[in-house]
Design a protein around this ligand. Structure first.
Ligand code: ADP
Ligand code: MG
Length: 238
């Protein structure tokens, strides 16, 4: 599990996060939902030490990440964001294989994992030799997910990953993510603005207001049945 214990982050006079505590359970999807600037990106980036807390601690299975090597951590945690950032002059297969190799896998293992994960996210072999600009936005996002999975992570951090994908493809990606999550038993922290997406994929849904203040956390059905306050009602549209 991932545990945030009284975590704060300040940038000068800006409090990005104030006294934030949360457990993201193992093999579950925790969705963070809140307005822009509420601290969602700050929270997920603390898990792989892209952001360091000003105070408080973040731990993975009881190990404080502050004591872990940042590079090692990033090679063991999948990270997907809206801008996929594939290498433009590398093929689809090379993009995914390369990341697995950087994570320390021997070439043949990296190639096998890349092939397996691309197929798992629905990219067929005929696309393997294409370049990123020859793919649709949805396909690029699938490759981004495959790339994150090719390092064989237990944890996947997803920061508005499907934000730029059109609605029908987005639904497909959500379905596939849920299937993959179950199949691999992944622990996922997923950030979204989209209430439909949040309610559909979350095991635990966390509604945040400014500075990562938790307005309510629970299962989607609990939140819809018993929204804690007007803010939660508004953001969930119930
Ligand atoms: P969200 O992802 O929910 O939109 P962020 O975590 O990106 O929110 O940001 C939370 C707050 O912290 C915002 O007010 C943002 O402007 C501020 N912030 C985030 N990163 C930095 C930074 N590197 N320097 C200064 N302020 C930052
Ligand atoms: Mg953000």
């Amino acid at each position: 599990m991932i545990e945030f214990d009284r975590v704060s982050k300040t940038y000068g006079s800006t409090t990005a996060l104030a006294d934030f505590s949360l457990v993201a359970p193992t093999s579950k999807i925790t969705v963070l939902m809140g307005l822009s600037g509420s601290g969602k990106t700050t929270i997920v980036r603390m898990v792989n030490k892209m952001v360091t807390p000003t105070s408080g601690s973040v731990s993975i299975d009881g190990l404080d990440v502050s004591g872990l090597d940042a590079v090692t951590l990033r090679r063991s945690i999948g990270y997907v964001m809206q801008e996929v950032g594939l290498l433009p002059h590398k093929t689809v297969l090379d993009n995914v294989t390369l990341i697995a190799q950087i994570a320390g896998q021997p070439a043949d293992v990296a190639h096998r994992n890349a092939t397996e994960m691309l197929q798992m996210v629905g990219i067929n072999k005929q696309f393997f030799t294409r370049f990123p600009h020859q793919l649709s936005g949805g396909q690029q996002q699938r490759v981004g997910v495959a790339r994150a999975l090719a390092i064989k992570p237990n944890i996947l951090l997803m920061d508005e990953p499907f934000g730029a994908v059109d609605p029908i493809v987005r639904e497909e990606l959500q379905d596939e993510l849920c299937r993959i999550q179950r199949e691999l038993g992944l622990t996922i922290m997923f950030v979204t603005h989209d209430r439909h997406e949040a309610l559909k994929i979350a095991d635990q849904l966390v509604i945040l207001s400014n500075s990562g203040h938790i307005e309510q956390a629970g299962s989607p059905s609990e939140l819809v049945a018993n929204p804690a306050n007007a803010f939660v009602r508004k953001i969930l549209g119930v």
